[in-house]
Structure formats: C-alpha cells, structure tokens
Design a binder for this molecule. Structure first.
Ligand SMILES: Cc1cc2nc3c(=O)[nH]c(=O)nc-3n(C[C@H](O)[C@H](O)[C@H](O)COP(=O)(O)OP(=O)(O)OC[C@H]3O[C@@H](n4cnc5c(N)ncnc54)[C@H](O)[C@@H]3O)c2cc1C
Length: 329
C-alpha cells in the first residue's frame, strides 16, 4: 500500500460543503485531505476566465439566514472578501423581488470565500475519483489517473447522484431506506452562457435581472456587480430548467444561438466573447431530511452538500459543518 496516500480523513469535493467541513475538521485538530477533480477549489461557485476578466458562471450571490452562516459571512465582510451586492433584483416588469436579507457577492469572484476556507488545508486537485469501495476495513478511492487513496473516514460532498454513482461503482452496500432517499434527490440542470459585450448592457443599475424562467431565468453583469468603471459588460446568462433539459444534448452552437436570441434585448454592442457551460446539477429539487447522512459506520462514511440542506450556498456550508461535527463526535 502507498502510505503517502493513506489519510485519517478524506473529504471528497472542494466546493462550499467540502471546504466548510474540512476547515472545521482542521480547526479541531484533524488533518483532512481534500480531493477534487477540478483544477481549483470552487465547485458550483467557480468562475470562468475571459480575456476581459472573470465571470461567476455558477452561483452569482448567496444569502445568510442561519446565525452560523451569518457569523461566517460577517467575518468575510470584515476581511473585505464579501460585500452586500443588493437586497434583491428586479424582474422584466420592473417588479423588485426582495426577500428581506442581503444578496452577498465576492469582489474577487465567488470562489474567493472558498480560497479563504481552503487556507492551510491539504488539497489534491485534478483527482477525479471514479470508484469508492471498502478494502480491509478502509475506504479506497481510485482516481481516473490511477492514484489510490485510503482512509478510515470518508466525507463525500459531490451532488448526490454523483456520490451514489461512485459508491455503486465500488459495490458499497447502503441501508435500503438511505439508498432510496438518496436516489430520489434530483437536481435542476442549467445551461449557461458567459458573454462579453463591448457596451454597457441595458440591465437594471445593480446588474442583476430575474427573467420569466424559460427560456432564461437570470442575467447578471459581473462588471456592474463588482463596480468596474469599464463600459464592457461581462454577462452570465442562465437558461431555465425546462429549456436546459430539452436542449441538453443539442449542438452547443445551436443552443448558444437560441440563448443569445432570447437575451438580445439585454445585449448591447459587439459580442467580444461567448462561452458555453452545462451545469448538470444546479440546485436540488428536494433535499435529504437531515443536514448530512452517516451512511456507513465502520469505516465511517458521511454524505453532505446542498442535497442535504435547502438554500444553495448557505445550505452547502451548513451541511458541511454538520457532517464535520458528526465526524468529530
Ligand atoms: C448555475 C448555478 C447558479 C446558482 N446560483 C446560486 C445562487 O445564486 N445562490 C445560491 O445560494 N446558490 C446558487 N447555486 C447553487 C450553489 O452553487 C450550490 O448549492 C453550492 O455551491 C453547492 O456546494 P456543494 O459543496 O454542495 O457542491 P459543489 O459546489 O458541486 O462541490 C462538489 C465538488 O465535488 C467535486 N467532485 C464531484 N465529483 C467528483 C469526483 N468524482 N472526483 C473528485 N471530485 C469530484 C466537484 O468538482 C465539486 O468541486 C447555483 C448553482 C448553479 C450551478
């Protein structure tokens, strides 16, 4: 066995839930190893680089309703990582949709808060795990690149269908009621475009706009969100779930044209750059009834993420923390 790859705790996923868990575990004296298939931390809070600056192409903002998450957000506000972008956004008819709490964003991109949580943690990126199985009372994680990691305690924070698939690949037996509850957690997909235009978009001044939902649900201008003086607009366009499901497998060029057509009233000037991204798991349609799941006792296996607690980024944070607490106890 390669002892360098033998770790007391492994956290699979460097998104909000995985890093919230790993940072709490680390503060409590444990040394978790975090694995992620991507090039960096972020998950669904990642940003996409363009020649004209980055665009948050997953979550555009987050809210805080739970005191635990608010405390964390307050710390980020103090560090200047987070700012209150708006208290809500208008829809096409000019009606304000406000929920009474601020919509927070990060001036350096949404993954800035994850980089903060990741500070000091051992993180191996570009490690796509393709199978999780039990070998001699330990979890064994096998990656696409041929690496093998072993651990006594595993926390999986990928979207639930992805975690289930990895466990299925390793023929891991789960309690029937857990398996069926997990299998019923489905997510909305989202086709997204990142568009840079040469002129200021006719969006509301704060730079966010709710649309009818189909074919488009949301447009945000990164330039206005972060207060850039530049006249260029860096837009993210999110298609609605029905449009995204229907057009999922279609030719990206054709889908791009359809999304651009629907967004035309909000695009001004020349299109300098257009990028396409398919998010298979935007947000869960329903969540697991507990904030995390202990799915296996020995070796210990926990599952967490936004599939276990409502409200997107905040839910992912709270679920990750709950799983870390459960692991510690
Ligand atoms: C388009 C879009 C818009 C959104 N808008 C908002 C919003 O405005 N506000 C809000 O609060 N929420 C929003 N959300 C939801 C929010 O982004 C998520 O709820 C939250 O980021 C989930 O965090 P997580 O840690 O649970 O999962 P993730 O961020 O998905 O993290 C899981 C990690 O696991 C890794 N992983 C998966 N499989 C493997 C594997 N086999 N091997 C290794 N690593 C693996 C992934 O690379 C990923 O980094 C949005 C999401 C999307 C996609």
């Amino acid at each position: 066995m390669n002892s360098a790859n033998d770790h007391p705790i492994i956290v699979l996923g460097a998104g909000m839930s995985g890093l919230a868990a790993a940072s709490l575990l680390s503060q409590s004296g444990c040394s978790p190893l975090v694995l992620d298939k991507a090039r960096g931390v972020g998950g669904r809070m990642s940003r996409r680089r363009t020649e004209w600056g980055p665009i948050d192409h997953g979550a555009s903002f987050f809210q805080a309703r739970h005191p635990l998450f608010q405390k964390q957000v307050d710390a980020w506000l103090q560090q200047g990582l987070v700012f209150s972008w708006s208290r809500g956004f208008s829809d096409e008819s000019g009606h304000r949709r406000e929920s009474g709490v601020p919509c927070y964003a990060c001036s350096e991109g949404m993954n800035a808060v994850l980089k903060d949580l990741a500070r000091g943690l051992a993180i191996h990126t570009r490690q796509k795990v393709q199978r999780v199985c039990v070998v001699q009372d330990q979890w064994q994680l096998e990656t696409e690149g041929g690496e093998t990691y072993r651990t006594d305690a595993l926390l999986m924070t990928a979207p639930v269908p992805q975690s289930l698939e990895l466990l299925n690949q390793g023929k891991v037996s789960l309690d029937d009621s857990h398996r069926s509850a997990l299998a019923s957690i489905d997510y909305e997909p989202c086709l997204a475009l990142m568009v840079v235009t040469s002129q200021k978009s006719p969006l509301p001044e704060d730079g966010g706009l709710w649309l009818s939902g189909e074919p488009l649900s949301w447009i945000a201008d990164q330039s206005r969100k972060t207060g850039s003086e530049n006249a260029i607009s860096r837009l993210v366009l999110h298609a609605g779930p029905d449009f995204s499901r229907t057009h999922w497998d279609e030719d990206p060029e054709k889908v791009t044209e359809e999304i651009l057509k629907a967004a035309d009233p909000w695009l001004a000037g020349e299109r300098l750059s257009v990028q396409y991204h398919r998010w298979r798991y935007k947000t869960p349609l329903k969540v697991f009834p507990e904030p995390c799941l202990k799915a296996h006792a020995k070796p210990a296996l926990f599952l967490a993420g936004d599939g276990f607690q409502r409200s997107g980024v905040e839910g992912a944070y709270l679920s990750g923390r709950a799983a870390a607490q459960a692991l510690l106890s």
